[in-house]
Design a binder for this molecule. Structure first.
Ligand code: SF4
Length: 451
């Protein structure tokens, strides 16, 4: 029995898919990348953006055509809006929320029956989240041997007006801190080098537990203490934090422990106060500025990444200019820039999408150019320096090895080194471009000679 699993969307879906894989493999299913030889075809979907949900509709139409040729069961889970679920119920054999993964084997055995009642219930405004804690107890089948994602929290209480996540993943629930630490310890013992703590709002960790759970800063401190005791070299990242809940204490803790990576991804979304209010982002530019000042003061070597939306409803040229100004001020090392598109289910879907596609494209292009000034400046400042690198891939053109610095900047090596995959090495940076650097391996002897 073989299964084929397609995962769309963000790292949270990737992490969830590792738990789906574990459940299926415990049932005796074997994974295949060739969907034509699978009897069980599934998708972890993402309704939050249009492209991935379009892919779900196209794929299921194709799989249903294949059903005439062989015995197949199809399933769907992930981040799916109630409206999409209703339409897709007729097309998939099984649809279930991730919180019911524990019952998935039973659903496969009686497919189409077990979960149908809960999903056909009169359109719930919010999916239930109470069983998510059971999901976290399922041991995942990690896709990588050196890089892993550890969910620490699920759901979101922020309700940004452009975002449908609170309606697909429901309200915030924090995972017990003991379980998180156990998973981190297990990964480090297995030799994992890069561990990312995941959640929609990682730094509001614990707030849903009314003082009965530790805070995000304390969670990081506990991981940092463990890192010191373990004597192992590894980097712990987290994504995504929300500026509203970012405290100076979190940054102080990162500064204190070497295993907490010097890389912060802090979504800004817009550099304009009025647009931030319209987005219901719940933080001012002043608050964002204070956080960046704390980062620069306490961990000056940290790289800073952000997320931006251009062309949100009501964003005129003056408001866009404020975002450009923020790029000059904060000198991001990377910005994931998106052109606004209204998502069904999000509050802003009801508002006029009043920035034309051409203007959105133009702002996207201009902002990307501004970003490049600072990404290149940073990368050029690294030339001649020796950095630690986690080798994690291969350059498509040259076949040479590539890796990521602690600050998550890509470095291309000058040779093939498959034996270094998943290892941390020293690399001397030899040149820089807009979004990456090139470097050569530093041998131990060379370091000793240089000392
Ligand atoms: S903080 Fe805002 S953007 Fe992030 S998941 Fe919650 S609603 Fe969506």
């Amino acid at each position: 029995m073989k299964y084929h699993l397609i995962t769309l969307g963000c790292q949270m879906n990737l992490s969830d898919s590792e738990r789906v894989a574990a459940v299926l493999e415990q049932m005796g299913y074997v994974r295949t990348e060739n969907e034509n030889e699978a009897n069980l075809l599934g998708m972890l979907a993402c309704s939050v953006r249009q492209k991935p949900i379009d892919k779900v509709y196209n794929k299921i139409a194709q799989w249903n055509r294949d059903k005439g040729k062989r015995n197949l069961i199809t399933f769907l889970s992930g981040c799916v809006l109630a409206a999409d679920k209703e339409k897709l119920l007729k097309q998939f054999d099984i649809i279930f929320p991730m919180s019911e993964l524990g019952q998935f084997p039973e659903m496969i055995r009686n497919y189409g029956i077990v979960n149908a009642a809960s999903l056909k219930a009169p359109k719930p405004a919010m999916p239930k989240n109470e069983h998510i804690v059971d999901l976290w107890q399922i041991k995942p089948k990690y896709e990588s041997t050196y890089e892993a994602f550890v969910p620490i929290q699920n759901g979101c209480d922020k309700f940004c007006t452009f975002c449908a996540v609170p309606y697909t993943r429901s309200r915030e629930v924090s995972r017990p801190s003991g379980e998180i630490l156990d998973e981190v310890r297990h990964l480090v013992n297995q030799g994992y080098k890069s561990i990312t703590l995941l959640g929609q709002n990682v730094n509001s960790y614990g707030l849903d537990k009314d003082g009965e759970e530790i805070t995000f800063a304390q969670l990081l401190r506990n991981i940092g203490e463990y890192g010191n005791q373990s004597g192992e070299e590894f980097w712990v990242y987290f994504t995504s934090p929300h500026p509203q809940d970012m405290t100076r204490e979190v940054i102080e803790v990162i500064a204190q422990y070497p295993c907490l990576a010097r890389q912060i991804h802090l979504p800004m979304q817009s550099g304009d106060e009025k647009v931030l209010i319209k987005m219901n982002r719940r933080h001012s530019m002043d608050k964002y500025r204070r956080i960046v000042q704390d980062i620069r003061e306490l961990i000056p070597q940290a790289t800073l990444f952000t997320d931006i939306i251009v062309g949100f409803t009501g964003e005129g040229e003056a408001e866009y200019q404020n975002t450009e100004a923020a790029f000059h001020e904060f000198r991001f090392n990377m910005a994931y820039i998106a052109m606004y598109s209204p998502r069904p289910g999000a509050a802003s879907y009801r508002w006029p999408d009043d920035v034309s596609p051409d203007v959105k494209k133009d702002r996207f292009r201009r902002l990307s150019e501004v970003m490049k000034i600072y990404t290149r400046t940073y990368n050029e400042s690294m030339v001649g320096k020796t950095v630690r690198l986690l080798v994690n891939g291969t350059d498509r053109k040259t076949g040479f090895s590539t890796g990521l610095t602690e600050g998550k900047i890509t470095v291309r090596l000058d040779h093939k080194a498959p034996e270094l995959m998943g290892k941390m090495i020293d690399v001397k940076i030899t040149s820089a471009s807009d979004f990456s650097m090139s470097g050569k391996l530093v041998l131990q002897k060379e370091i000793e000679n240089a000392q």
